[in-house]
Structure formats: structure tokens, C-alpha cells
Design a protein around this ligand. Structure first.
Ligand code: UDX
Ligand code: UDX
Length: 460
């Protein structure tokens, strides 16, 4: 089967960059990315420096492909109708109410997408699960599709995304592996092959792994859980280092040199963030509980608990080091993104650390090179709305917040500064520079192990 038209539903951090790379590598395929959020589509069609997703190298690809064979549109129905292959890259947040609240994935958007595809389709379609989904979701999608439209054949294949934000383009160009899960029927195998052919334009055959749908779905959750587990393991050891005088950097290096362990994902931090790790582990935990595997559920849940502990521990250390009281003290938070080279702040440690410091009466100055002021305020508003007793209480919290467009202004007149994101521009910070800029000799807290000089570094 030759694919000429691809439609991707969801123009977010996954859909946008993935489709840009497919369009770049397959100039003969028309790729249309649709989203229900028209302002997001406008930004994808707007200035290259104001695309909704910041990723190194992305704007250059958009320049080459937009209007050639890559299109961003709000015409969802038409794009579905035109395409032989449809990617679903809509978000799957953790459920906030009902059965499984706080743990299970909210499949509302995925189900709506499936219903819409069924309504529109007049010819056979291959539907690709790109969003990370709980195991056996494909079955549910298939059911929705065939119950709502029995005239055409739908093949559901799972093709989980392994790109990491900040290196998305690099990861897409040179993937460790591409997983494609499909049914072992003749039409299922054909669908898998059609997608494999697309990836094979730039990914060698041996890296394209085909498997059954459930294995593909579970592989994604398991990979993220194992990566997050490494971070929680090293972060738990950082707490022991602080008590014993061992050095976490030296420990990471020593452990990572064992080739059975390897050096990656052993960097101690203020805790992992991002849209995937917490959500995917919660998903896994929920799945275990559903199958009555309570010990397994507890085991994975601990990875998240250590992460919460690490964020809280960092905030407590700032408070302790400032004499146990931060009331009316000014503290700069440097970095709001959950890691460098992205404008994404979902689940960033900065959010909870800021909240805790403000809860304790501090004034906070914030600076991030890529996250917009409106986003920072939205992140805080999301938790403060629930916590605040009144409008006055809410505006009181916001009155303790100031956002800056460079770090030098943000650290002026502060009692302390805390580095949360490892942005390269923070590497130049040291006591001498800080003392030149400020006149209060603020304490420096390094949450990302990027400074040789600081009053406090995790694990040291
Ligand atoms: C999302 C999921 O969070 C992740 O689990 C999955 O692996 C990939 O998709 P991401 O791309 O980072 O990740 O999410 P986001 O940036 O929020 O993008 C999703 C987009 O889908 C949003 O732009 C949203 O407006 C759009 N959407 C959502 C639709 O177009 N239609 C819907 O019904 C729901
Ligand atoms: C992750 C997975 O890596 C990717 O394969 C999957 O598709 C999506 O989820 P992402 O969340 O974008 O990607 O970024 P990642 O590089 O994994 O970092 C996640 C968090 O872990 C960040 O907050 C990062 O700072 C933190 N981290 C990472 C550490 O604290 N220490 C490390 O050693 C590595």
C-alpha cells in the first residue's frame, strides 16, 4: 500500500516535530497536522521564531517543508477524509475525576478522535497510536471505530514515540529503535509494513522492530518507567551522599563506568519533570492494580514518591539554609522549563519549589530563556486556584511573584538564587559574578549540578 496523504491529529510537542521530520524525509507524501486549538495552528503557520514548540533544529525543518508538503490546519474532517494514514497525537492527561482519578489516563480525547475518524471515513484507514496509551487501548479504539462505521476497514497500529524534548529532532533523525505494533492478520501486517516503509526512508531496517500491539504499548510505559527509576535511584543516593560526605557526581561516574549499567540518566537533580514520566508510571501503577498486582504497583509508585521527596527536600534545604525562615526574603528561581532546550514546563520541579517557597512567605523572581511569562503564571495558577481560600488569597500569592527576561536582573537584591533548569547560560554563574551584580551576596543553590561553586549542591 502506498501512502500519499498523512493526517496527524494533535499539533503538540509530539505531533509537530514528528510530522515535520516525516515531511522532510518523504517529500512525496503530503503531511497535514490538525489541531482543535486554532491559535496553536496560527502559530505553526506564523513566524519561525514563535512556533508553539521550541526545539533546536525544528524551525529550519519547518522553513524547508511548510507549504511544500507539510501543512498545519484546523480543517480536521477534511484532512481525515483525505488521508490513508492517520496519526493520533492528542494528549492523554491523568484523569482528574471518576474511576482511576489521579492515576489512570484520561482517554477522552483519544476516544473523541476515534469517533470523529469513524464518522468521516469513506475509505479504509490506518490509524496510528502515537500518544502514549495504557495497554489494550488499541482494542478500545478498534471497537469505537468499527461500532461507528462498518463500511470501511480500520487497522490500528501502535507506534509509540521515544523522542525526548530538547533533542526531539536529533532523536527523530537517529532513533535507537522504532516500534510498530500491529495485528497478526494479513491487513494488520500490511498496515505495519506501510508505516515501516515510511520510517525506512531514513531509519535502517534493523532498528524498525515490529511486534504485537500490546507489547508496543507496554514497551513505551516500561521504557519510561525504567528511565525514571534510574533518576529516582540516583536521587535517593544523593540524600545519602549529603549525610555521609560522599560526592554524588563521583558516585554517578563510578557506577556508570560499569558497562552493564552505563553512564546515561544517572545525573542527580531536583527531580524529573516533563509530560511523560509521572503520567506513564501512574498509568503503569494503575494497570498493575487493575490486575491485582499490588506489590508491583507499589514498587513503581515509589519511583514517583522519591521524586516528590527530592523536590520537597530541595525546597526545605533553601528554607533551612536561610535560617529556617524565608518570610519576605527574595529568592530567584533560574529556569522554569523541565529541562534545557525546551519551552515545555509540564511537571517542572520549579512549579512545586516556587509554590512551597511562596507558601512560606518568600518573594520569588523567575527567569527562563524560553518559557513565556503567561505560561509560568498559568502553571502556578493551576495549583493556586485549588489552594486559595479567596480571590484575595490568590492575588496575594501572585503579588509575591515577579518574572524577568534575563537572569542578571532576576538575581538583583535577592537573598538566594536556585538553579532549577540546566540551561547553558547558567554555567557562567559563580560567586564573583553574582557579587558584582547584586549587593546582598545571595546564597547559590544548585539543583542541576552545573556549578562548580555554590553554597549548596544536591548530593554534596
Ligand atoms: C501528547 C501526550 O501527552 C503524550 O502522552 C503522547 O505520547 C503524545 O501526545 P504532547 O504532544 O506533548 O504529548 O501533548 P500536547 O503538546 O498537549 O499536544 C496535544 C495536542 O492535541 C494539543 O495541541 C491539543 O490541542 C490537541 N488536541 C487535543 C486536539 O487537536 N484534539 C483533541 O481532541 C484533543
Ligand atoms: C522522556 C523519555 O526520555 C522519552 O524517550 C519519551 O519519549 C518521553 O519521555 P522527556 O520527558 O522529553 O523524555 O525528557 P528526558 O530527557 O527523559 O528528561 C525527563 C526528566 O528527567 C527531566 O526533568 C530531566 O531533567 C530529568 N533527568 C534526566 C534527570 O533528572 N537526570 C538525568 O540523568 C536525566
Amino acid at each position: 500500500m502506498k501512502i500519499k496523504n498523512i493526517c496527524c491529529i494533535g499539533a503538540g510537542y509530539v505531533g509537530g516535530p514528528t510530522m515535520a521530520v516525516i515531511a522532510l524525509k518523504c517529500p512525496d507524501i503530503k503531511v497535514t497536522v490538525v489541531d482543535k486549538d486554532s491559535s496553536k495552528i496560527d502559530r505553526w503557520n506564523g513566524k519561525y521564531q514563535d512556533l508553539p514548540v521550541y526545539e533546536p533544529g525544528l524551525a529550519d525543518i519547518i522553513k524547508k517543508t511548510r507549504g511544500r508538503n507539510l501543512f498545519f490546519s484546523t480543517e480536521i474532517d477534511k484532512s481525515i477524509d483525505d488521508a490513508e494514514m492517520i496519526f493520533m497525537a492528542v494528549n492523554t492527561p491523568t484523569k482528574t475525576e471518576g474511576k482511576g482519578a489521579g492515576m489512570a489516563a484520561d482517554l477522552r480525547y483519544v476516544e473523541n478522535c476515534a469517533k470523529n475518524i469513524a464518522k468521516i471515513a469513506t475509505a479504509d484507514k490506518i490509524v496510528v497510536e502515537k500518544s502514549t496509551l495504557p495497554v489494550r487501548t488499541a482494542e478500545k479504539i478498534k471497537e469505537i471505530l468499527s461500532n461507528n462505521n462498518s463500511d470501511v476497514n480500520f487497522e490500528i497500529i501502535s507506534n509509540p514515540e521515544f523522542l525526548a524534548e530538547g533533542t526531539a529532532i536529533k532523536d527523530l533523525f537517529k532513533s535507537d529503535r522504532v516500534l510498530i505494533g500491529g495485528e497478526k492478520t494479513q491487513s494488520g501486517e500490511k498496515a505495519v509494513e506501510a508505516l515501516a516503509k515510511i520510517y525506512n526512508r531514513w531509519i535502517p531496517k534493523e532498528k524498525i522492530i515490529t511486534m504485537n500491539v500490546w507489547s508496543a504499548e507496554l514497551s513505551k510505559l516500561a521504557s519510561n518507567a525504567m528511565l525514571a527509576q534510574r533518576i529516582s535511584s540516583i536521587n535517593s543516593l544523593s540524600a545519602i551522599c549529603e549525610k555521609t560526605g560522599a560526592d554524588i557526581d563521583e558516585l554517578s561516574n563510578a557506577i556508570g563506568l560499569d558497562h552493564r549499567i552505563g553512564p546515561k540518566f544517572l545525573k542527580a537533580s531536583v527531580g524529573f519533570g516533563g509530560s511523560c514520566f509521572k503520567k506513564d508510571i501512574l498509568n503503569l501503577v494503575y494497570l498493575c492494580k487493575y490486575y491485582g498486582l499490588n506489590e508491583v504497583a507499589e514498587y513503581w509508585h515509589k519511583v514517583i514518591k522519591i521524586n516528590e521527596y527530592q523536590k520537597d527536600r530541595f525546597a526545605n534545604i533553601i528554607i533551612d539554609e536561610l535560617g529556617g525562615n524565608v518570610e519576605n526574603k527574595k529568592i530567584a528561581i533560574l529556569g522554569w522549563a523541565f529541562k534545557k532546550n525546551t519551552n515545555d514546563s509540564r511537571e517542572s520541579a520549579a512549579i512545586e519549589i516556587t509554590d512551597k517557597l511562596i507558601e512560606n512567605g518568600a518573594h520569588i523572581n523567575i527567569y527562563d530563556p524560553k518559557v513565556k511569562e503567561s505560561r509560568i503564571k498559568e502553571d502556578l495558577n493551576n495549583i493556586w486556584e485549588l489552594k486559595s481560600k479567596s480571590e484575595k488569597d490568590l492575588s496575594n500569592r501572585f503579588s509575591r511573584l515577579e518574572i524577568f527576561n534575563n537572569y542578571k536582573d532576576a538575581i538583583k537584591e535577592t537573598h538566594a538564587l536556585a538553579i532549577i533548569t540546566e540551561w547553558d547560560e547558567f554555567k557562567e554563574i559563580n560567586f564573583k559574578l553574582v557579587n558584582q551584580i547584586t549587593n546582598k551576596n545571595p546564597k547559590i543553590f544548585d539543583g542541576r549540578l552545573i556549578l562548580k561553586e555554590s553554597n549548596y549542591t544536591i548530593g554534596k
